[in-house]
Design a protein around this ligand. Structure first.
Ligand code: SF4
Ligand code: SF4
Length: 251
């Protein structure tokens, strides 16, 4: 009746350790040092952070970044999909309407307020998967610490990608003849002469005017040679319809 139940009484042979020889008995008290001593001759694996920083894996999930289009307009359209996808409720977005005088991103709306709370974020990446315009991506930056809780709520200015050489700071009108779909398809390669003229007229002190490179007439904009409010060169204007876009359709 009870044949299938294994015996719980201990098998004495399980507990019998082999007897040590005289040498084993002699070195037994210091045998544990063998592990220590053998480790002394191995290559150390300790990372000397923060003195030496080891690069992360290329796809490491670090701090977020809000990207721009090549002409400087922001990619974020304030749709809040990232905030809805976030399981930690770490993102807050408040959108506003683009206007002719304040065109921040292609299309109707842009992200006026954008915050990520790094006290909540678990770096899962759901938000960047949800973003329809690739406005939101993640960098390899992992040094996210600070003395205050407020300091770990990153604002839009903290997250916006830096202006690259040749870009023109937003706000400014969209490239002539380009729709928001053209922007999404990567067909806008950089600022046009008309966009640069617009910024020169409305923000003559904008520092990106000195480095902006027009896709119509490549070369830094010369604010001194073209005073604020100067009309757009007609040849450049006529080229805008095609010059403001990439013809190969690549990014
Ligand atoms: S990485 Fe994850 S937790 Fe962090 S903001 Fe994005 S969706 Fe939220
Ligand atoms: S980052 Fe992307 S998903 Fe989030 S509000 Fe902007 S466009 Fe929408």
């Amino acid at each position: 009746m009870t044949d299938h139940i294994p015996s719980t009484s201990p098998d004495p042979e399980l507990w019998d350790r082999p007897k040590k020889g005289p040498a084993g008995e002699l070195f037994a008290p210091v045998a544990g040092y063998g592990v220590t001593i053998s480790s002394m001759f191995r290559k150390p694996v300790t990372e000397q952070y923060p003195e030496e920083k080891v690069p992360t894996a290329p796809r490491y999930h670090g701090r977020h970044q809000l990207n721009r289009y090549p002409d400087g307009l922001e990619r974020c359209i304030g749709c809040e999909l990232c905030a809805w996808a976030c399981p930690a409720d770490a993102i807050f977005v408040e959108a506003a309407n683009n206007t002719p005088d304040n065109q921040v991103s292609p299309g109707e709306r842009y992200g006026r307020v954008y915050q990520i709370n790094y006290l909540r974020c678990i770096f899962c990446g759901f938000c960047i998967q949800a973003c329809p315009t690739r406005a939101l991506t993640m960098t390899n930056e992992y040094e996210l610490a600070g003395p205050t809780r407020e300091g770990l709520v990153y604002e839009k200015e903290d997250l916006l990608a830096p202006m690259l050489e040749g870009m023109l700071a937003a706000p400014h009108p969209m490239a002539e003849g380009a729709s928001d779909a053209d922007y999404y398809r990567g067909e806008v390669a950089g600022p046009t002469a008309a966009q640069i003229e617009w910024v020169a007229e409305h923000r003559p002190d904008d520092p990106t005017l000195a480095t902006a490179v027009s896709v119509d007439a490549p070369g830094p904009f010369d604010a001194a040679a073209a005073p604020a409010g100067a009309p757009v060169d007609s040849a450049a204007a006529s080229a805008d319809a095609s010059g403001g876009k990439r013809t190969e359709g690549g990014r």
